[in-house]
Design a protein around this ligand. Structure first.
Ligand code: TYD
Length: 134
């Protein structure tokens, strides 16, 4: 996998004067079966999250509120994707180094995962990551 395999995916947006609604269905709007969801919030100014890669987990990240940057790195190239709308998200396949930062005040990041939690699926050392088979 390379950073070019990380794709922004538009989600359905049901516009409504009462307030808009967006939807995520597994295997339809995200290309995997959703096993887990987490959300990141109350991030203090200047903090970064998630400097790591997964051996087998795929992710889909949505800025439900506010904005933040996702830094993608495959060991060769680096790309920064800003997420700032709740009607699209970023699909990150397994094996991509990613970090999140530049969180705006009161931002909320929703993260959907293709696996159940397993700490052994993480690669948290960038030098080790660069040595892994891509
Ligand atoms: P981590 O995935 O490193 O968060 P981020 O990528 O946003 O920085 O997780 C932070 C901590 O939370 C870590 O100790 C593991 C724990 N955690 C779980 O126990 N279950 C989960 O599903 C997730 C995502 C994290």
């Amino acid at each position: 996998m390379t950073i070019n395999d990380c794709k922004l995916i538009n989600l359905p947006k049901v516009n409504d004067p009462r307030g808009n609604l967006s939807i995520i269905e597994q295997n339809k709007h995200v290309p995997f079966k959703i096993k887990r969801a987490a959300w990141i919030y109350d991030v203090p100014g200047g903090e970064n999250r998630g400097g790591h890669a997964y051996r087998s987990t795929e992710e889909f990240i949505v800025a439900l509120s506010g904005s933040f940057d996702v830094v993608l790195d495959d060991g060769r190239e680096r790309r920064v994707v800003q997420l700032n709308r709740s009607y699209y998200g970023l699909h990150i396949p397994q094996g991509i180094w990613r970090q999140m930062g530049n969180f705006s005040t009161n931002s909320v990041a929703l993260v959907l995962y293709s696996t159940e939690f397993d700490s052994s699926d993480y690669i948290r050392d960038f030098e080790e990551y660069k040595q892994t088979e891509k």
